[in-house]
Design a protein around this ligand. Structure first.
Ligand code: SAM
Length: 293
C-alpha cells in the first residue's frame, strides 16, 4: 500500500463510516484489507483502491465493512445492564404506565449480543411488563453483523462471554456446537441497517438508547453531530447509555450525565428548550419578514 493509497482509504473510511484513523494505522488496514483483497480475487490493497477509484461501490462497501470493529459480548461491562434492570426500566414503567409501551434503540448492535441482553433482561422482569408493547430496534452499519444478529446463532465461545449460565439454559437451544436464541427472544428485536452519520429521525423517538463502543472511533465533529441528533430522538425523560470509554463531557451539551449512574446521560432539556425557542423565534421572524410587503 502506497502512502497515497493510505490517505485515500483514510478519507473514504471517515466519509463513509466516521472511522477516524490516525496517520500510523497502516497495519490495521493491512490486517483487515489483505484478507478482503484475497476474497475479491485482486492482487492487494492498491488494486482494491484502484477499483474504488474506478467507482466500484460494492468494493467500497466491503472495505468499509471490513474496517468496522464488531467486538461485542453479552452483558458487556455489566453495569449498564444493571442500571437498565434496576433503574431505567422501573422509571419507564412509572412514566409510561398510561401508554404501556417502551421503545429501545441499540444504535450499533453488532452481532446482537447487546440487544439480546436487553431483551433477556426485559423477559426476566416477567409480569411487570405483561401487556406492555416492547420495541427493541437494533441497527448497525454492517449488513454482515446484522445477518448474524438476526440468526441469533452463537458459538460456544460467544455464549461463554458474559452470559449467565442460567440464561443460556433458559433462552437458548443447543444444536451441535452452536447455540441459538429461542424464537420468543429473537422476536423481541427488530433489525435495520443504519449508518449513524446519516439521518435517523425516521426511527421515531425512544425511551432508551444504547449507543455503546462506536462513537469512540469517530472524530470530535462527528460525535457532536451525532449527540445532537440522538438528543432529538430521545424522549425528554429518556436515557442514553454510552460505552465505558465514552462520554459527552467536554464534547456536547446536548446531554447531561446522571451523576449517580456512570455511563448514563439524559437529554439536556434546558438546551433543547432554548433550541426550541430559537427555532420559534426564527420562524416568527421569517413569518414576520414574509408578511412585510
Ligand atoms: C465495537 S462494536 C460495538 C457493539 C456493541 N454496541 C457493544 O458495545 O458491544 C461497534 C459497532 O459499530 C458499528 N458501526 C461502525 N460505524 C458505524 C456507523 N457509522 N453507523 C452505525 N454503526 C457503525 C460496527 O459495524 C460495529 O458493529
Amino acid at each position: 500500500m502506497t502512502p497515497p493509497d493510505y490517505e485515500y482509504l483514510r478519507k473514504i473510511l471517515k466519509d463513509h463510516s466516521g472511522l477516524d484513523l490516525s496517520a500510523d494505522k497502516q497495519y490495521l488496514i493491512e490486517s483487515r484489507l489483505l484478507p478482503l483483497s484475497r476474497k475479491c480475487g485482486v492482487s492487494g490493497i492498491s488494486e482494491l483502491v484502484q477499483k474504488m477509484k474506478a467507482g466500484s461501490s460494492s468494493i467500497t462497501a466491503q472495505v468499509v465493512e471490513a474496517m468496522t470493529t464488531n467486538e461485542t459480548f453479552f452483558f458487556r461491562d455489566k453495569v449498564p445492564f444493571e442500571h437498565f434492570r434496576d433503574a431505567i426500566v422501573p422509571d419507564v414503567l412509572k412514566a409510561r404506565a398510561g401508554r404501556k409501551s417502551i421503545r429501545i434503540w441499540c444504535a450499533a448492535g453488532s452481532t446482537g449480543q447487546e440487544p439480546y441482553s436487553l431483551a433477556m433482561s426485559l423477559k426476566e422482569m416477567g409480569a411487570a411488563l405483561a401487556g406492555w408493547r416492547i420495541e427493541i430496534i437494533a441497527t448497525d452499519l454492517s449488513t454482515e453483523v446484522l445477518e448474524k444478529s438476526k440468526s441469533g446463532v452463537y458459538s460456544q465461545f460467544e455464549v461463554q462471554r458474559g452470559l449467565p449460565i442460567q440464561m443460556l439454559v433458559k433462552y437458548f437451544t443447543q444444536t451441535g456446537e452452536l447455540w441459538q436464541l429461542n424464537p420468543d427472544i429473537r422476536a423481541m428485536v427488530q433489525h435495520r441497517q443504519l449508518n449513524l452519520l446519516q439521518d435517523f429521525s425516521h426511527l421515531g423517538t425512544f425511551d432508551v438508547i444504547f449507543c455503546r463502543n462506536v462513537l469512540i472511533y469517530f472524530d470530535q465533529d462527528a460525535k457532536i453531530n451525532i449527540f445532537d441528533r440522538l438528543a432529538r430522538v430521545l424522549e425528554p425523560d429518556g436515557v442514553l447509555a454510552l460505552g465505558a470509554a465514552e462520554s459527552v463531557v467536554g464534547i456536547s451539551d446536548a446531554f447531561r450525565s446522571c451523576p449517580e449512574r456512570r455511563g448514563l446521560y439524559r437529554p439536556n432539556v434546558t438546551r433543547t428548550a432554548r433550541a426550541g425557542v430559537t427555532a420559534m423565534t426564527l420562524s416568527a421572524l421569517k413569518a414576520f419578514a414574509a408578511a412585510v410587503p
